[in-house]
Design a protein around this ligand. Structure first.
Ligand code: SF4
Length: 184
């Protein structure tokens, strides 16, 4: 028997952050507070608040916040995408419940990194290779997980090996995705 049987979409609205996307509000068929620390343990890049009972995750650019009874999604492609995301989440929630004894719950609240801390470790060339006009704009997007460190070509060169090592360790220890091959 599944822990969660249904996640019902209550509202579909235009996305405030991106005019071409939608956002949604969905309702769970039970209180999942007890499962949130387990979800926080198995999902990457979650920002978890144990006392507020919220877990915010990013999935391929989409922003999803999970509460005890509700789920809010933003930057969602369309209604079909919303249904797909909710089905994926339902599977994860049911998986956590079923495997509670094997998963170490994570009660840690992860904070986003300060863009300045990232900026100080970037090459500072403002070369635009990453698609941003300045290193600082790139740092802002990276701290919000709207881009990937791998888009900065210069940081991968041997010239910046020392900075790269510190930056990648900082990103990794803060829960950001860093390709393991570059974590020296
Ligand atoms: S590619 Fe790297 S060095 Fe160039 S602007 Fe972007 S962040 Fe700065």
């Amino acid at each position: 028997m599944d822990y969660i049987k249904q996640i019902r979409i209550l509202k579909i609205l235009p996305c405030i952050a991106d005019a071409e996307k939608i956002r949604f509000h969905a309702q769970l068929d039970r209180d999942i507070s007890e499962i949130l620390p387990y979800l926080n343990a198995i999902l990457d890049s979650g920002i978890y608040n144990h006392y507020g009972k919220t877990l915010t995750i990013k999935k391929e650019g989409r922003i999803i916040t999970i509460y005890s009874y509700d789920i809010q999604g933003a930057k969602i492609d369309d209604e079909e995408d919303a249904v797909r995301i909710l089905e994926w989440l339902k599977e994860k929630i049911n998986y956590c419940y079923k495997n509670k004894d094997k998963i170490q719950p994570n009660y840690q609240r992860r904070q986003s990194l300060n863009p300045l801390d990232i900026y100080r470790l970037l090459p500072g060339l403002n070369c635009k290779q990453c698609g941003e006009t300045t290193c600082f704009s790139f740092a802002i997007k990276l701290s919000a997980e709207e881009t990937n460190i791998m888009h900065c070509g210069p940081i991968l060169s041997s010239q910046y090996q020392k900075r790269r090592k510190i930056l990648f360790q900082l990103l990794k220890s803060s829960g950001y995705t860093v390709p393991s091959v570059f974590v020296e």
